[in-house]
Design a protein around this ligand. Structure first.
Ligand code: FPP
Length: 249
């Protein structure tokens, strides 16, 4: 009898390719704590966190995930110090410039969800360039949530729907869950089956509140800069072992 190959942690061959989540959403948390533990400036934590972003994007593409949405900057994050906000904007811009070609080569389509208009002009320009350069790709959709807040997103949707009612193009009785879904930033993106949060906090922090209604949640104590490909694969294996019932028996 042939012996079973060893279960190498992080080996994607152990994953059931037919039962992968179509969409993974990630709350990347713990950059600041990572830096504090190492007696470094918080910005160093974000820099190391940007390396983890690169690794996770590559790994998800390799595994065969269709949609990956990363919470990179919340509407609340504008309240951080001016220095931290500008450092995050610089990192974002660098990320877009340095990863654009790799996204093109790896067939990744890039998009942003959130109040893009609040971002600095030079970041908006790089977003547009990246979106244009990757618009015909269909291997994986990478969405960065930037200046994103789910409650604002829902308010925005409500206003758009109210305007349609006001002009008479929509009747109140015709409003359904699909109407709301269609007016969210994620209108063309399926709901995430899996939400991952790092750094151990048991919160959803105003992220995709409508869209995560039935998502499986995986919280790891690992701080985002320390999050590894192996851990991502372990979470996916654990997800594949779950029984998703959507409120049924
Ligand atoms: C949470 O850590 C993380 C953020 C506020 C932003 C996420 C940013 C990155 C991962 C780096 C840049 C992103 C890209 C896409 C290049 P925190 O500062 O809230 O950590 P703490 O809770 O430990 O203070």
């Amino acid at each position: 009898m042939k012996s079973k190959p060893a279960d190498i942690s992080g080996d994607i061959s152990g994953l059931d390719k037919s039962a992968l989540p179509l969409h993974i959403a990630v709350i990347m948390d713990g950059n600041g704590r990572w830096a504090r533990k190492k007696l470094l400036n918080r910005v160093k934590g974000h820099e190391k966190g940007a390396d983890t972003v690169r690794m996770v994007v590559r790994s998800c593409r390799e595994i065969g995930i269709s949609f990956l949405t990363l919470y990179a900057f919340s509407t609340e994050n504008w309240q951080r110090s001016k220095a931290e906000v500008s450092a995050l904007m610089v990192l974002l811009k660098k990320f877009l410039v340095s990863e654009r070609q790799e996204m093109v080569v790896n067939n990744i389509r890039f998009n942003v969800i959130g109040e893009e208009e609040r971002l600095p002009g030079n970041v908006q320009d790089e977003i547009q360039r990246t979106r244009d350069a990757t618009k015909n790709n269909n291997g994986m959709n990478l969405n960065l949530a930037l200046s994103y807040g789910a409650r604002s997103e829902i308010v925005r949707a409500a206003k758009e729907i109210a305007a349609e009612v006001q002009t008479g193009s929509l009747s109140v009785d015709a409003i359904t869950q699909e109407t709301i879904t269609r007016h969210l930033y994620t209108a063309h993106i399926p709901d995430p089956e899996l939400l991952i949060r790092t750094s151990g906090e048991m919160r959803v922090s105003n992220f995709l509140l409508w869209q995560i209604a039935y998502s499986e949640i995986a919280v790891t104590d690992t701080l985002w800069p320390d999050f590894t490909r192996n851990e991502l694969i372990q979470i996916l294996k654990e997800y594949q072992g779950r029984d998703r019932r959507f409120g049924c028996v």
